[in-house]
Design a protein around this ligand. Structure first.
Ligand code: PLP
Length: 386
């Protein structure tokens, strides 16, 4: 990666230089006044980004999968029923994690590129009566976004604890944890939060903590156990320290800077910027004949795009895009893995970034001898943003 290359994959993303500088700042001790101040403020800001004023935030060293592990291990006791609404690879991972902690898991699986019909979810909620309902707000393997608000409200109507994997949505797409009745929303630092990989972030509702406190057996995962982490988060929120595991000091500095930028932009403006750039990018790729994996515009994420290769082109073509200074990702969903590629457009992404990405795609298509309406992509993109 040169410093001028564009990393346009669905995480890690391009990071703001001010955020990256924090990674090289002198590392203070985790009990120092400067760290206490920044970690405490970061925890408050996490609640603001998740729109969860009544929630309890957790920021813990690990990847997004740890955040999923924390949600499952603290809520599930052996034999508990869980319903997973699956829109791809990451939803299925959540099902595997829930099973690991002894849950009886029912998976409602959508076709690759589609969502599960809402009435099927309602019917399964009524039939299974699960303790936990999980969904993936944006499944990064398909670029499909679910209606998290409608699903969460359905879960609540059936008394389920609602867990939303928002790793590819939080701070990019609209997610209102409290207002929508989400009990655990979770993400990772390297996606729309805009911080190098290494932090698991989640916010738990009062109901989620109540369910945790009502457990009859200890949490089966020592590192993930809220018994260990709740006092730590409560201490830093009160601008005190407590120790369980050494916090990743520089990642927390970077998080503090990124959250400051996110809240300065404003959540509604940020969501609108992601949508505007996503709509323009999607208009651009449509104009050169690329077909999206999401089957309808309403189910497409605005933090990323998943696009089928045109006929005669396969994953090797991504190297030609790479030669043009733009890094894209290959497929991930097992049913269609070799047929499509993925573009992340979240975080500090700009008009210039998506235009350069589309230009690299057009150039790589030309270099492959693919015939299309040359220049039509950029024209459509610019028209959409005009
Ligand atoms: C990236 C991602 C994950 C996994 O995060 P890691 O940091 O790679 O462990 C989980 N869910 C979704 C929706 C993701 O996009």
């Amino acid at each position: 990666m040169s410093e001028r290359d564009l990393l346009m994959i669905p995480g890690p993303i391009n990071f703001d230089p001010g955020v990256l500088r924090e990674m090289g700042a002198p590392t203070a001790g985790h009990t120092s006044p400067e760290f206490i101040a920044r970690f405490g403020e970061s925890l408050e800001w996490v609640k603001q980004v998740f729109l969860a004023p009544t929630g309890t935030p957790f920021v813990i060293a690990g990847s997004g999968t740890l955040a999923m592990d924390i949600a499952a291990s603290n809520l599930i006791e052996p034999g508990d029923r869980a319903l997973v609404v699956s829109t791809g690879y990451f939803s299925d991972r959540m099902a595997a994690i829930l099973e690991r902690y002894g849950a009886a898991v029912t998976v409602l699986r959508a076709e690759a590129g589609d969502v599960v019909v809402f009435d099927r979810v309602e019917a399964e909620l009524a039939r299974v009566q699960p303790k936990v309902l999980t969904m993936t707000h944006v499944d990064t393997s398909t670029g499909v976004a679910v209606d998290a608000r409608a699903l969460a409200q359905a879960g609540r109507r059936h008394n389920a604890l609602v867990v939303v994997d928002g790793v590819c949505s939080v701070a990019g797409m609209e997610l209102q944890q409290d207002a929508w009745g989400i009990d655990i929303a979770l993400t990772a630092s390297q996606k729309a939060i805009g911080v190098p990989p290494g932090l698991a972030l989640l916010v738990a509702s009062p109901r989620a903590l109540e369910a945790f406190r009502a457990r009859s057996k200890p949490v089966a995962n020592y590192y993930a156990d809220w018994t260990n982490w709740l006092p730590i988060m409560e201490a830093y929120l009160a601008r005190k320290t407590a120790y369980f595991g050494t916090p990743p000091v520089n990642l927390v500095y970077a998080l503090h800077e990124s959250l400051r930028q996110i809240l300065a932009e404003g959540m509604a403006a940020r969501v609108a910027r992601h949508k505007r750039l996503s709509d323009a990018f999607k208009a651009g790729v449509r104009a050169i004949g690329l077909k999206q994996v999401p089957v309808r515009a309403e189910v497409a994420a605005t933090t990323m795009s998943a696009l089928y290769y045109p006929d005669g082109i396969d994953a090797k073509w991504l190297a030609k895009v790479r030669e043009r200074g733009v890094v894209l990702a290959g497929g991930l969903h097992p049913a269609i893995r070799d047929k499509y590629f993925r573009v992340g457009h979240m975080g500090v992404v700009s008009h210039a970034d998506i235009a350069a990405t589309l230009s690299a795609i057009e150039g790589a298509l030309l270099a492959s001898g693919h015939e299309f309406d040359e220049g039509a992509g950029l024209a459509a993109l610019e028209k959409a943003l005009a």
